[in-house]
Design a protein around this ligand. Structure first.
Ligand SMILES: [Zn+2]
Length: 281
């Protein structure tokens, strides 16, 4: 069994003006944690380069992540790409152009500095659609990891599924009223990797952040055991670097638990045999 620790490197909007400071501190703490377990080379970093400008302003921080895999993370539901929060752009061409631009930016940096391409993508707020997958296929993305395997028939999940079918105007109205407003498509529990055209979808099984983090280590262990029981052998876990702040114990306990359960750790690209090693200087 393999576990994939994947981190969405976003600005932390809960802190507003300190968005980057908290992200930076989170990255630092996560790197420390991974070093403790010798996992630096097994991490997939989904970098939000559009909002954090790593390639132009913070490349020294990007360099620190390079023992792992650099992947692309993009919030297409935010301005400049979409006028509607929590909705993807309407036109496939707009989705294609936005991802292409950001992929090229990040890839020109990884190619020059590491001799690697960017092959993995995760959509912001886990928003996916047929048009998104069509664009990813055209762009030569090899692995997408945007679809959570989390539908468990709870009221929250049923509500999310209904909202997901609604037109953008309804989603927007509801998002203004409810705190948990993310209307993204979900998969049932226990779903493993599958192909969408030429793109391998690697579903997310555990979100170790947000409200789930409030439920603590017990919930993380329980949900992990449930996913394994349903047949998951490639366990994809994600959180945002800043979510580790003040919660280090939960994360180190969870990694220890995964070792105890017999998981090996690797990067997403390793699943396809696309194991990148750092270019020797
Ligand atoms: Zn994000």
């Amino acid at each position: 069994m393999y576990a994939y620790l994947t981190l969405d490197v976003d600005p932390d909007f809960t802190g507003k003006s300190r968005a980057w400071e908290k992200a930076k501190e989170g990255i630092h703490r996560c790197l420390g944690l991974f070093k403790e377990f010798s996992l630096q080379e097994s991490i997939t970093w989904f970098v939000n380069n559009a909002e954090l400008e790593f390639t132009s302003r913070r490349s020294n921080h990007l360099s620190k992540l390079c023992d792992g895999e650099i992947a692309l993370h993009l919030h297409l539901d935010r301005p400049e790409w979409s006028g509607n929060y929590y909705c993807l752009p309407e036109r496939e061409e707009d989705i294609y152009a936005a991802i292409k631009k950001e992929k090229e930016k990040l890839e020109s940096w990884t190619t020059e500095n590491l001799g690697r391409e960017v092959i993995c993508f995760r959509s912001g707020d886990l928003l996916t659609s047929e048009k998104l997958f069509a664009a990813l296929n055209r762009l030569g993305i090899k692995i997408d990891s945007s679809m959570p395997s989390q539908f468990d028939w709870s009221l929250k999940e049923i509500g999310r599924r209904i909202l997901c079918q609604m037109p953008p105007s309804v989603k927007l109205a509801v998002s203004r009223i409810l705190v948990n407003k993310h209307a993204y498509p979900t998969l049932p529990l226990g779903v493993g990797p599958f192909m969408i055209g030429r793109v391998l979808e690697m579903p997310i099984h555990i979100y170790a952040g947000g409200d789930n983090l409030k439920k603590g280590i017990k919930w993380l262990k329980k949900r992990t055991a449930e996913q394994v029981k349903r047949g998951v052998r490639e366990l994809v876990i994600y959180w945002h670097p800043h979510e580790i702040l003040g919660k280090e114990k939960i994360f180190s306990d969870y990694i220890e638990y995964l070792f105890e359960r017999g998981f090996n750790f690797r990067k997403m690209g390793d699943y396809l045999g696309n194991s990148h090693t750092r270019k020797s200087k």
